[in-house]
Design a protein around this ligand. Structure first.
Ligand SMILES: [Zn+2]
Length: 312
């Protein structure tokens, strides 16, 4: 009995131990399984995460590509803008160069014009100097047109000397060969130019005007050309208040008188007179240019018109 009990007890104990072992094993297996599942799940998670990571990576790459493209675009745009700016700048520089060249051209042109003006002024100075030299020689009685002082007619004391001084002055002021007009100017300045009027082309447009008492007595209401010039000289010798008178006898001609000649178509100013001829100053003898001339002799026989005097 005791032996049996011991065996049974031992068996029970073994059985219990086995049961425990089985139980623990099962339990362990379960845990193992569970752990495996967890691991699997974890693995899945890792895979998912990897996938997500991959996708994220792709997206990042994509974004990087876009960024790069955008950056490239910006660079191109910037380059284009840069090129445009550069082109604009080049154009500005070109424009500036052209302006500078134009300015240079203009400046050159101005310089050339100034040089020409200088040459003309110098030439004019030389001409004036020659005239003055010529006048000096005239003062000495070699070339000047003056009245002779040994006239048979008794002029007032020193009148002829004073007349000659004025006549010399007039020859300086209105030189022989110059033109009594204002070519190139709209002003009637009663000066002279070196350009002829060309009446056939310009009419009386550039002729000087002087309305004196002498022209009025001839019936001219606008003293121009020959009549105006002579009327001006007469007024400057006798004064504007001196009366006028018309006569026709050659012997009565006095120095400073005026003569209507060429069938009453031209007026001359008498500087000197002999029994045979007169010496005159005149303007526009050719009816075309208003050229001034001093010293022409006109024979008595050719003076068939009338005369104008300021003498009493
Ligand atoms: Zn004229």
């Amino acid at each position: 009995m005791k032996k049996l009990s011991k065996k049974v007890l031992l068996t029970i104990i073994i059985a219990v131990i086995l049961l425990f072992i089985v139980f623990f094993k099962i339990s362990f297996c379960k845990e193992l399984m569970s752990s495996k599942e967890t691991i699997n799940m974890s693995n899945n998670d890792i895979e998912n995460l990897d996938e997500q990571k991959m996708e994220s990576g792709k997206e990042i790459s994509k974004l990087n590509v876009e960024k790069q493209e955008k950056s490239d675009d910006e660079t191109i745009e910037q380059k284009e803008i840069g090129q445009e700016n550069q082109e604009g700048l080049e154009n500005e520089i070109k424009t500036e160069k052209i302006e500078q060249e134009n300015y240079k051209d203009q400046s050159d042109e101005e310089n050339q014009i100034n040089k020409k003006i200088e040459i003309i002024e110098n030439t004019f100075k030389e001409i004036v100097e020659r005239i003055y030299v010529s006048n000096e020689s005239n003062v000495k009685g070699t070339e000047y047109i003056t009245a002779s002082t040994d006239s048979s007619y008794q002029y007032p004391d020193e009148w002829l000397e004073e007349f000659n001084e004025k006549i010399i002055q007039f020859q300086m002021e209105f030189p022989d060969g110059m033109y009594w007009n204002h070519m190139g100017s709209t002003q009637n300045e009663i000066g002279v130019t070196d350009q002829p009027c060309s009446h056939s082309k310009n009419g009386e447009k550039y002729c000087n005007h002087y309305q004196g008492i002498s022209t009025k007595i001839c019936g001219f209401y606008m003293g121009t050309q020959c009549a105006g010039f002579v009327s001006m000289l007469s007024d400057r010798i006798f004064g504007t208040d001196a009366p006028t008178r018309i006569f026709t006898n050659y012997d009565d001609i006095r120095i400073g008188d005026q003569a209507r000649v060429n069938n009453n178509s031209h007026t001359v100013f008498i500087i000197d007179k002999t029994d045979e001829y007169v010496v005159v100053a005149e303007c526009n003898a050719d009816y075309e240019t208003c050229e001034i001339n001093w010293g022409r002799k006109i024979e008595r026989s050719q003076l068939s018109g009338y005369y104008i005097t300021r003498w009493d």
